[in-house]
Design a protein around this ligand. Sequence first.
Ligand SMILES: *[C@@H]1O[C@H](CO)[C@@H](O)[C@H](O)[C@H]1NC(C)=O
Ligand SMILES: *[C@@H]1O[C@H](CO)[C@@H](O)[C@H](O)[C@H]1NC(C)=O
Ligand SMILES: *[C@@H]1O[C@H](CO)[C@@H](O)[C@H](O)[C@H]1NC(C)=O
Ligand SMILES: *[C@@H]1O[C@H](CO)[C@@H](O)[C@H](O)[C@H]1NC(C)=O
Ligand SMILES: *[C@@H]1O[C@H](CO)[C@@H](O)[C@H](O)[C@H]1NC(C)=O
Ligand SMILES: *[C@@H]1O[C@H](CO)[C@@H](O)[C@H](O)[C@H]1NC(C)=O
Ligand SMILES: *[C@@H]1O[C@H](CO)[C@@H](O)[C@H](O)[C@H]1NC(C)=O
Ligand SMILES: *[C@@H]1O[C@H](CO)[C@@H](O)[C@H](O)[C@H]1NC(C)=O
Ligand SMILES: *[C@@H]1O[C@H](CO)[C@@H](O)[C@H](O)[C@H]1NC(C)=O
Ligand SMILES: *[C@@H]1O[C@H](CO)[C@@H](O)[C@H](O)[C@H]1NC(C)=O
Length: 625
Amino acid sequence: MGFSKALGAAALLYSNVASATVTSTGFTVELGDVSYFLPPKAVTAIDVTKYKHLFGTGSFVPFTVIECTECHEKEISSAVEKYLQKDDVFQSGFLQAIYVQGQPKSPSYHAYNTSATTITGEAKLAPGPYFLNALGQIHEAWRLYSDYTGAFTESCISTGDGTFSVLPAGIVGQKSAIAVPSRLYYQQTEEKPLAGVRIGIKDIYDIKGLRTSNGNRAWYWLYPPAENTATPVQRLIDAGAIIVGKMITSQFANGEVATADWVDYHEAFNPRGDGYQDTSSSSSGGGAGIAAYDWLDVALGSDTGGSVRGPSQVQGLYGNRPSHGLVSLEHTMPLSPTLDTAGLLARNPLTWKAAAEVMYKGNITTTTTYPSKINTISWPTSANTIANTLLLNFLTNITTLLNATTSPINMTSTWISQNPTLPAFETLLNTTYTTLITQEQIPLVRDPFYADYAAKHDGRRPFVNPVPLIRWGWGESNNRTFTLAQAHTNKTLYMSWLNSTILAPNTRTCSESLLLYVGSDASSTTYRNAYRLSAPRPPLGFSRGYMSVMSETPDFVVPIGEAPYNSSVTGHVEYLPVTVNFMAAKGCDGMLFGLVERLFEVGLVKSVLAGWSGVKGGEALVLRK
Ligand SMILES: *[C@@H]1O[C@H](CO)[C@@H](O)[C@H](O)[C@H]1NC(C)=O
Ligand SMILES: *[C@@H]1O[C@H](CO)[C@@H](O)[C@H](O)[C@H]1NC(C)=O
Ligand SMILES: *[C@@H]1O[C@H](CO)[C@@H](O)[C@H](O)[C@H]1NC(C)=O
Ligand SMILES: *[C@@H]1O[C@H](CO)[C@@H](O)[C@H](O)[C@H]1NC(C)=O
Ligand SMILES: *[C@@H]1O[C@H](CO)[C@@H](O)[C@H](O)[C@H]1NC(C)=O
Ligand SMILES: *[C@@H]1O[C@H](CO)[C@@H](O)[C@H](O)[C@H]1NC(C)=O
Ligand SMILES: *[C@@H]1O[C@H](CO)[C@@H](O)[C@H](O)[C@H]1NC(C)=O
Ligand SMILES: *[C@@H]1O[C@H](CO)[C@@H](O)[C@H](O)[C@H]1NC(C)=O
Ligand SMILES: *[C@@H]1O[C@H](CO)[C@@H](O)[C@H](O)[C@H]1NC(C)=O
Ligand SMILES: *[C@@H]1O[C@H](CO)[C@@H](O)[C@H](O)[C@H]1NC(C)=O
């Protein structure tokens, strides 16, 4: 009989008072070559008088709770088969002992494994793997994974009373260890649709008990742990989600490119292709984590000017910028409240949709009647590359599915013909985004931060990365030329136009039409080891990613495949994702989620895989032995 080997133990917390208390922060053990974390609080205790012989020199005995009715040999072995398939935490090492609930009629469970001990007791436990100690205390088994892409800023674990603390565990991997509980403990229900779903949170959302960094080291240490949990996070928790950590963000959620821009923290690593492509930003950790780890299900990001969509496009993930205002954002760092949105990244479209339905609860209704008009922007016209062939086939297939008509549109010429008295929208909106993000973030974030820091540090200014600093500087020095009032006027002009033409509402199909554009097609690379030719500049100008930003409409990234490129890192052909962006009228998020579900049902889109390739999976290159 093998025993788990206890490695870590209780941490000691000293205080000035006479009787310093010892608080257990849990345990780390190894079972075979897999590391586990045992939360400090036992789920229950049983009488172990009969099982003293099990403990030998080890402090914990791994065992499995089997859910069975008759509990004969066949039923148990099929349950075990299912556990091995469904759960990454469970392994055969937990079969050293089997816990059979209550008093099963048929005692033939012994025959399942005659060399295993059968533990019986009255305690009702969810099925799955556990650890038992000599006091009879039963602890859950959480598996420890290495955050090898550097996607997390901090790992965390719920303390069970609505607050979170940093996970006190480490394993090989040079980065944080992240702990995830067995999937077998949870059953998704109508009330807890996200039970057991593992979610990482961009480090601009407060989580009670944890510090927030906003991607800035000075900020992290200046302010105490959060006393509140941001609304989007709380909604996920209330639906049963397991929050496993805070994830890397570019500083103050501004757009940064690896490596020079990322001074305070290192950008996460994109696992796709050669492994040295930029993750895009600002939800960098969320994108990299979902792309790399099959043990992580969903990441909560935020999208002000593309921060969910960018990481989703370059890593081949489902990712949404929702209609503006679907969920309130208190206890969340603002970049521009006029434009800020909370969006989700996932590999499985159904999990993505389930998390969205919870997070936008009350402001989203999934519908199943779809527009039969599809407009496209800059869609390829010739199947001259693998990516273009994928895109053309996809458009044909969705057009057939929806019995739709498809037309390419030219936004520039349509605008000119319909707004003869206005300047081109590229001119109208040239400075609008930069004006909004700087003039809204300066008073809401920069000014109080500088004041608080100066007060604590004898008038000093905190370190800020080049990108936010240059943007804030531009905003400040142009605040008389480009005003917030103008920015709102210009944005409204564009929004009303889009709402009356290309993305008009429709009572039957929610949106008069769908608007599709190419998200990514492997035709461009952004190597993280490239030297930039110049300092970062404010994000002036207009690109198609700003259409939804300015019009408050939903903009969803949907992965459809991958295409080859020649990597200058590996000197070899590698593959990067091909994605399509779907837009619709404001408030039609539920229609888009319904549509993606439909596409999934008929096989036009698939779950993407974690690792090297979203289509074929495989370990990221850096992990290969
Ligand atoms: C049976 O029990 C032994 C000893 O406890 C254990 O090592 C083994 O993995 C178990 N085998 C199965 C198939 O459950
Ligand atoms: C729903 O949207 C409205 C309008 O944006 C917003 O004020 C409200 O907070 C949202 N509801 C919830 C429950 O978040
Ligand atoms: C598809 O749409 C056309 C009109 O656009 C209509 O005549 C036809 O019946 C539709 N077919 C189906 C299968 O809905
Ligand atoms: C769109 O229209 C503008 C203005 O007429 C024109 O300059 C541009 O070339 C057109 N773009 C495409 C892709 O045809
Ligand atoms: C956008 O604004 C910048 C800075 O004011 C200016 O240099 C550039 O020409 C403008 N571009 C357009 C298309 O208006
Ligand atoms: C708004 O549009 C006007 C007219 O084109 C332009 O002069 C102004 O600079 C724009 N300002 C902002 C902040 O978008
Ligand atoms: C513009 O920036 C200056 C500081 O350079 C500040 O004093 C002023 O209040 C700002 N004006 C607006 C409208 O934000
Ligand atoms: C879009 O237009 C409709 C009227 O067709 C109006 O009810 C709605 O409020 C408008 N939405 C936006 C975002 O402008
Ligand atoms: C890679 O480079 C080779 C040699 O230049 C070229 O023939 C090939 O088309 C390139 N492949 C891709 C996917 O760009
Ligand atoms: C999509 O269409 C192409 C050709 O038009 C076809 O070869 C392919 O099988 C279709 N894909 C799916 C998933 O139906």
